[in-house]
Design a protein around this ligand. Sequence first.
Ligand code: PLP
Length: 392
Amino acid sequence: MGYIVEMGELFLASNYKRERLAFVKGLGTRLFTEDGEEYLDFTAGIAVCNLGHCHPALIKVLKDQAEKLWHTSNLYYTEPQARLAKRLVELTFGERVFFANSGAEAVEAALKLARRYAFETFGEKKYKFIALENSFHGRTYGALSVTGQPHYWEGFKPLLEGVIFVAPNDEASLERAFNEEVCALILEPIQGEGGVYPLKREFLEKAKELCEKFKALLIFDEIQTGIGRTGRLFAYEHFGIEPDILCTSKALANGLPLSAIIAKNEIMQVLKPGTHASTFGGNPIASAVALKVLELVSEKTFLEEVSLKGRILKEKIEKLDPDKKFIKEVRGEGLLIGIEFQQEAKYVYERLLKHKILVTQPKPKIIRLTPPLIVSYREIDYFCNILSKILE
Ligand SMILES: *Cc1c(COP(=O)(O)O)cnc(C)c1O
């Protein structure tokens, strides 16, 4: 593998558990090492490269914008950023967009917006957040504080004050947790890093009802579930339940750093000059690419195919083990799929890697599949054949 892995091991912070693998090129659903070894990528950079690697239409937009304008700061308007905001508004319930660069930053912006809105509308006693156990919202202090997995907190306390955790899909607990002090409820429609656990419709309906009753904002973190991943542009569309604030990032610019929060004007207007900002947020290159991403992904037939491919992949996996000897459950929506095994999934993960198939393992017993949405039916078959061999 040459020197890349060795150099990384010497000089990089050791905060990631990395494979001893370095990639030099990507194309569609494939990644290539320096030696030309080819891997089938069922991670898509953790639900980021939804249109695959080096998509020709995205390369074109990227190159064109790179020759025009890179950065101006947000002291001025740029065409790609303004157009992208317009497009996101057209494609959602929203009316206004704030741009940042990463998922955690979008969550930070959403939390700050919710507190500020409550502060201006009801005063400073309304500041508490409700979040879900087993959730994941990012690694910065605000995002970490609403992440309901205590092992991520170890050694980093004290966290943000006023966060109440509730078990997912437990309507009674949610009701008990609510009071006038709550300014927002934050949740992922499908918990991604938690191991692909979808929330139930009844729970989301209850969440919406309670937020309205207690005048709290409903924040959907769709950083992983958005941009076509579940077969809709955003997962909230499956339920017909609109949030007050929507967070999007990961696949928004297919691999360039970009994130956004989207809300109605009445809420977003509390972000007056000086309240919040980002130097790079909505930079022209990432925004230009994101516009193209949205054009390609929001196509009705494209999204219908994501649903179809997801259904086929899920059914094929379920059929591999009808007696549930190894596979306990296959969960998810569209091409966000979690396979929960009866035992630790490490063996399966390692065997897949030996077969040059990349997947992620968010929890010891769970393998998550997030292939590029452009994955072919043949590749789905190929994956299932290899998995079948491994199970044998
Ligand atoms: C990945 C992810 C984040 C954090 O995004 P970063 O870009 O790593 O900060 C937040 N929420 C969800 C649901 C995610 O999947």
